[in-house]
Design a protein around this ligand. Structure first.
Ligand SMILES: *Cc1c(COP(=O)(O)O)cnc(C)c1O
Length: 383
């Protein structure tokens, strides 16, 4: 596989894609694939959605960039739309998930005056130095030490360790509502309610990383909504602009007020093309009823996966963010066997298969995906 002169930081599958439509991708040889991972939870409205494509093309022809020294309509409008979805949170726009986390770390320090951050083992928040410091995966961190001081990692879904780790030096608790990269780990029903209480008592901000779970993936706009809490800061990115680079740190206005001109910036952050794309994505989610489709599609997929894997795999998740955990390290061979059958899935960990298909996926596509996974499962013989 020719990967050009790109640095080898990715373990790539030997496929080169050239186009896509809905849940279907086409490679250089003209072969079709069913995409059940959607660019890692990015392509929620599907590939090549006409409304998003048109919004991007129109905005590119009108105005591509003016810098953040001036106002543009798409950025203002997107901040207002995200404000409507969050009960008035204010936005800082950047270009990726990791940058939304960086902004969160800086904002929490400035707003609370306390530099400490508590995050969870297994959590994933990105690869820049700050985001890597809060990511709870020692193997990813080790070669790049020293990292940001003052970060404490605790077991996920464990209230007692959070209580123990909390101190007057901690300004932020940063958690994913469902841990994606750790293998689609769903916490206990009351976990976030209890975390909220501990943060309030300590005067620490509760920051949720919704980069993978947000914007409809789990059947609600944000996954934190399932736990009935209101966070202080919300990070979004992946699915927001239909494949264009964007990230946002959303914060309650009283917290956002801590930032003053000069405190934080990004040249491309909130650019008109990305914001126009994001507005189109949010429209599509509403117009096509994609929150409900995530719930219904998720139920069909989950049920189907349970019958394919039986008691050999534990199926979990919410909406269309689904993981299947096996007792052996069979996720990667399974991904390979599925790829051979023209179906894209992902191995979140060596023993967890992850699915995050476009929310527009049809029942027929779900069923054909299940069929291919069943064949793949039979082929690898892990059953
Ligand atoms: C993907 C991801 C990130 C990092 O986003 P990038 O855009 O790759 O920097 C952070 N947190 C979570 C939960 C993610 O899934």
């Amino acid at each position: 596989m020719n990967t050009g002169l790109v640095m080898e930081t990715y373990k790539r599958w030997p496929v080169e894609f050239v186009s896509g439509q809905g849940c279907t991708l086409v490679d250089v040889e003209g072969r079709n694939y069913l995409d059940l991972i959607g660019g890692l939870a990015v392509m929620s409205v599907g590939h090549g959605h006409p409304d998003v494509t048109k919004a991007i093309a129109d905005q590119a022809g009108r105005l591509a960039h003016v810098s953040n020294l001036y106002v543009t309509g798409p950025q203002r409008e997107l901040s207002e739309r995200l404000g409507q979805l969050t009960g008035g949170f204010e936005s800082f726009f950047c270009n990726s998930g990791a940058e939304a986390i960086e902004c969160t770390i800086k904002l929490a320090r400035k707003a609370t005056g306390k530099p400490g951050v508590i995050a969870a083992d297994g959590g994933f928040h990105g690869r820049t130095m700050g985001a890597l410091s809060v990511t709870g995966q020692p193997l990813k961190q080790e070669p790049f030490k020293p990292l940001l001081p003052g970060v404490i990692h605790i077991p996920y879904d464990d209230v007692a360790s959070l209580e123990e780790a909390m101190s007057d030096k901690v300004g932020a608790v940063l958690l994913e509502p469902i841990q994606g990269e750790a293998g689609v780990r769903v916490p206990s029903e009351d976990y976030f309610e209890l975390v909220r209480k501990i943060c309030d008592e300590a005067g620490a901000l509760l920051c949720v990383d919704e980069i993978q779970t947000g914007l409809g993936r789990t059947g609600s706009w944000f996954a934190y909504e399932h736990s009935g809490i209101t966070p202080d800061v919300i990070c979004v990115a992946k699915a927001l602009a239909g494949g264009l680079p964007i990230g946002a740190c959303l914060a309650r206005p009283e917290i956002a007020d801590a930032f003053q001109p000069g405190d934080h910036a990004s040249t491309f952050g909130g650019g008109p093309i990305q914001c126009a794309a994001a507005l189109a994505v949010l429209d599509v989610i509403e117009e096509e009823g994609l929150l409900q489709k995530a719930i219904d599609g998720g139920a069909r997929f989950t049920e189907g996966l349970r019958s394919v894997f039986g008691d050999k795999g534990t199926v979990r998740g919410r909406g269309l963010l689904i993981g299947v955990e096996f007792e052996q390290d069979c996720a990667r061979p399974l991904v390979q066997a599925a790829l051979d059958r023209g179906v894209l899935v992902n191995d979140a960990t060596p023993r967890v298969l992850r699915l995050a298909p476009p929310l527009v996926i049809s029942d027929e596509e779900i069923d054909s995906g299940l069929e291919a996974l069943e064949e793949a499962w039979d082929e690898i013989g892990a059953a």
